[in-house]
Design a binder for this molecule. Structure first.
Ligand code: AMP
Ligand code: MG
Length: 500
């Protein structure tokens, strides 16, 4: 049953907070694994102002946008709930840049509750920037407006590209300031996710050395995300296999749109296979596998080209946590290694399949000539890197038959393109349709995202809405969005100094 926001038909007045938040929020996570969260309440927001509301997403959750815009709704979006409504901070551990922290958790976030959306799917409603919790360590518990709007934009762009992701429901400024390198408006992001189970959640549970807790968590993950695993001969191995597969598919999709997550720590990798925690992330413009956007990632651990290997590394950490559920010690290790070992093939298949579509090839050709397709893709990436071509623009122009214009010297690419053409099916119109539907025109271009966040911080949301409008319909080219078709003039910031 979905949340019954203002269930009385035709009522003109907005409901009281009490009416709204008896909302049928469900709390299956806290009930299943009570050791993995702490009841906690949001900090008060002295002057909450709604900055942006995701109306389609709200409706999909069965929530009424008008009610969310009312003062009671805005209060809810900052976590102001009546006594008796229990919000929790979730516990998790994680490897950050390779080193293990036994206790991370929601330092500035809360799980407001779970709702069933209009399709009957369970969704977490989560707040970020809602004040310090017992997991805050040295942090102030707050979030600045700019980074929360970046998460909003990036999540909507990914969603529109068909890539699994958490999504922002709203951003509300709190009326308080947060101190980063400068003084910035504080904000709370409300986020919708199919869950907030992370690799780090399993690491935290495993560190408790409490087999019942670990089993409860795994059972909960199976029930919530991979119910088919419950019927497998070895449900926990099937769970691991499902997560490995979901992440291989996810990262393949990232790579094929040039997405760089930036902080692929184990606490930022979901069990569901959704992209989560958009920090210093970006889309690669000029092709270079070494591209890094996080200003603190000095060694390029999370560079574009490292993402598949890092995903597998993170998944190895997940496998370690599951060992006690997989049988006696040596058998368990062998089984887990078997599953993890399949990551590479699964990733390659997903990435090559997606790239073949972008190039206009049919799945039949990709299956019949895997080696030719593999080499075609490999050579292309080398050429794009050598010629410093914009990744997204290349594929879009290729789809339109206008790609030559991107090159001062097309000759080196011509030979490559004739090899591609030799693999194309006979129906040119169909090829074009497929390519235009696989190669976005619009992405949140790095320079424009920075412009959007900077202006928003000054109170002007024009650029934010401009970029948002473009990226929510990324495959349909239309007038007025030319600035987002390619990289900005005069080069790009290669590093996003992303305050969080
Ligand atoms: P992130 O880099 O956003 O994935 O966060 C890593 C960890 O640091 C998580 O445990 C966060 O809850 C915590 N954290 C990040 N920023 C803050 C903050 N301003 N206050 C408290 N905790 C924070
Ligand atoms: Mg995180």
């Amino acid at each position: 049953m979905g949340p019954s926001y203002g269930g009385v038909a035709g009522r003109a007045l907005s409901p009281t907070l009490e009416e709204m938040t008896t909302l049928n929020f469900e709390r299956t996570y806290a009930a299943a694994v009570p050791q993995l969260s702490l009841p906690w309440r949001a900090a008060p927001a002295p002057d909450p102002q709604l900055v942006v509301l995701n109306e389609p997403l709200a409706r999909g959750l069965g929530l009424d946008p008008d009610e969310l815009r009312a003062p009671e709704g805005i209060a809810l979006l900052t976590g102001q709930v009546p006594e008796g409504v229990e919000t929790v901070a979730q516990a998790y551990a994680g490897h950050q840049f390779g080193s293990y922290s036994p206790r991370l958790g929601d330092g500035r976030a809360l799980l407001l509750g779970e709702v069933l959306d209009t399709a009957g799917r369970r969704r977490d409603l989560h707040l970020k920037g809602s004040g310090r919790t017992p997991f805050a360590r040295g942090g102030d518990g707050r979030a600045a407006l700019g980074p929360m709007l970046r998460e909003y934009l990036m999540g909507e762009a990914m969603h529109a590209l068909g890539i699994p992701t958490t999504r922002a429901l709203a951003v509300v400024t709190t009326g308080e300031h947060v101190v980063r390198e400068e003084v910035l408006p504080g904000a709370v992001l409300s986020r919708v996710a199919s869950s907030h189970l992370r690799v780090g959640t399993f690491q935290y549970a495993a560190a408790h050395q409490d087999l019942d807790l670990l089993r409860s968590l795994a059972d909960y993950a199976i029930e919530r995300h991979y119910p088919a695993a419950a019927k497998a001969d070895e449900p926990y191995l099937a769970l691991y296999d499902a997560v490995v597969s979901a992440q291989a598919d996810l990262v393949a999709q990232w790579m094929n749109v040039g997405f760089i997550h930036g902080v692929m720590n184990t606490d930022n990798m979901t069990i569901s296979g959704e992209t989560i925690d958009y920090g210093p992330c970006a889309f690669m413009e000029q092709v270079d596998p070494a591209t890094v956007f996080s200003s603190i990632d000095h060694q390029g651990r999370y560079a574009y080209g490292n993402q598949p290997a890092i995903a597998q590394w993170d998944l190895a950490r997940l496998g370690e946590t599951l060992l006690p559920l997989l049988g006696d010690e040596q058998t368990a290790v062998d089984k887990a290694m078997g599953v993890l070992g399949a990551f590479g093939e699964r990733y390659d298949r997903a990435a090559a399949g997606g790239m073949a579509r972008k190039l206009g090839l049919t799945p039949e050709t990709a299956a019949a000539e895997p080696e030719a397709v593999r080499v075609l893709i490999q050579d292309l990436m080398a050429l794009l890197k050598e010629h410093r071509v914009d990744f997204t623009q290349f594929f879009r122009r290729l789809s339109q038959g206008l790609v030559e214009e991107l090159f001062t010297d097309w000759a080196p690419l011509q030979q490559w393109d004739s090899r591609r053409r030799a693999l194309l099916p006979d129906d040119p119109a169909k090829v074009t349709d497929q390519m235009l539907a696989s190669n976005p025109a619009y992405l949140p271009r790095n320079r424009r995202v920075e412009d959007a966040l900077e202006a928003a911080t000054q109170g002007d949301l024009t650029v934010f809405h401009h970029v948002l409008e473009a990226v929510t319909d990324p495959y349909t080219e239309r007038p007025g969005f030319e600035d987002l078709l390619g990289p900005a003039e005069g080069g790009l910031p290669h590093v996003t100094y992303c305050g969080t």
